[in-house]
Design a protein around this ligand. Structure first.
Ligand SMILES: Nc1ncnc2c1ncn2[C@@H]1O[C@H](COP(=O)(O)OP(=O)(O)OP(=O)(O)O)[C@@H](O)[C@H]1O
Ligand SMILES: [Mg+2]
Length: 265
C-alpha cells in the first residue's frame, strides 16, 4: 500500500462532533482510487487530512505513506515525500505564463523546457500552442484545469489528490479525461480522485465509500458504486447509468442481493 489510514478520526473544530469516524483503508501504488459519498460525507476532509492541510489533525489513528508514519508531519514535509493536492479551490495563479507556472514546482531545474512540453502533452495540451499563454480569463475552463494538473504532475509526486468540489472535471470531456489518466498511470503515479461524476469514477481501479463520516467499503470501484446506490436507494439510477453498455458485468441477481443486504443492515 502506498497510503494507509488506520482508525483516523477527525473532530470538528469545536471538538463537539466528528467529521470522520474511525476510518481505515489503503490505496495501492499505481492505482486510481476514487472516493465517493453524498455531500457532507467527509470526502474533502479526508483529502485535506491526507495532505496535512489546515487544522484537520487526526484525533485518533495513524496515516502511513509508503510505510512512513506521516500523521504528525506538516504539509511541506508531506509534499516533500511526494503528496500533492490540486483543484481544491480555484488557484490564484492569474498573470503567470503556463510555462512559468508549470515549471515552478519542478525539483530538477535542468532541461526545463523539454519537461514542461512533456507534461503539457500528458494533459493533452499542444505544447507549442500553450507554453507561452498567460493564465487569465482567455483560457477555457478545461484548459485551465489541465494546466493546474500539469503543474501538479511536474512536481513528480507519487500521490496526486484531485478533489473536485463541483467544477474541476466537469470542464474536461470524458474521452479526454480517460486519455489523460492513462498517461498519468504510465508514469506510475497514484491518483486519489474525489468526484461526483460516476462516469469518471469508472476510470478508477478501486474506490472507497464514505457515509456520514463512516467508512463503508473499499473494493473494486463498481462494487463500491453498487453499494453506494444500494445505500442511497438508487436502483434505477444504478442500473441505468452505472451498468449500461455491459461495461460492468453484474447480473441482476447480484445487484438485487446487494440491495437486499443493505436494506437488512
Ligand atoms: N471545521 C468544521 N467544523 C464543523 N463541521 C465541519 C468542518 N469542516 C467540515 N465540516 C462538516 O463535515 C462534513 C463533511 O464535510 P466535507 O467537506 O468533508 O464533505 P464532502 O464529502 O467533501 O462534501 P461535498 O460532496 O459536498 O464536497 C460536512 O457536514 C461539513 O459541514
Ligand atoms: Mg468536498
Amino acid at each position: 500500500m502506498l497510503l494507509e489510514l488506520s482508525g483516523v478520526t477527525i473532530p470538528t473544530f469545536d471538538q463537539k462532533c466528528v467529521i470522520l469516524n474511525d476510518v481505515s483503508f489503503g490505496i495501492k501504488e499505481g492505482s486510481i482510487h476514487a472516493i465517493v459519498g453524498p455531500n457532507g460525507s467527509g470526502k474533502s476532509t479526508l483529502a485535506y487530512t491526507i495532505m496535512g492541510l489546515g487544522d484537520y489533525k487526526a484525533l485518533n489513528g495513524k496515516i502511513y505513506f509508503d510505510g512512513i508514519d506521516i500523521t504528525n508531519l506538516n504539509i511541506t514535509e508531506r509534499a516533500r515525500l511526494g503528496i500533492t493536492l490540486t483543484w481544491q479551490e480555484p488557484a490564484r495563479i492569474d498573470g503567470l505564463s503556463v510555462y512559468k507556472y508549470v515549471s515552478l514546482g519542478m525539483k530538477d531545474k535542468s532541461k526545463i523546457k523539454e519537461k514542461v512540453f512533456e507534461v503539457l502533452k500528458i494533459v493533452n495540451l499542444e505544447p507549442e500552442r500553450y507554453y507561452n499563454r498567460i493564465i487569465d480569463k482567455s483560457l477555457s475552463g478545461g484548459e485551465r484545469k489541465r494546466v493546474e494538473l500539469a503543474a501538479a504532475i511536474a512536481m513528480n509526486p507519487r500521490l496526486i489528490i484531485l478533489d473536485e468540489p463541483d467544477s474541476g472535471l466537469d470542464f474536461i470531456v470524458l474521452e479526454d479525461f480517460m486519455n489523460i489518466f492513462d498517461n498519468i498511470k504510465k508514469l506510475n503515479m497514484t491518483i486519489l480522485l474525489i468526484t461526483h461524476r460516476e462516469d469518471i469514477g469508472m476510470v478508477a481501479d478501486y474506490g472507497t465509500l464514505l457515509w456520514r463520516g463512516n467508512h463503508i467499503i473499499t473494493d473494486e470501484f463498481p462494487r463500491v458504486m453498487l453499494r453506494y446506490c444500494a445505500k442511497a436507494g438508487l436502483k434505477a439510477f444504478c442500473k441505468r447509468t452505472l451498468f449500461k453498455n455491459g461495461a460492468v458485468c453484474f447480473d441482476d441477481d447480484y445487484i438485487d442481493r446487494i440491495f437486499r443486504e443493505e436494506n437488512l443492515s
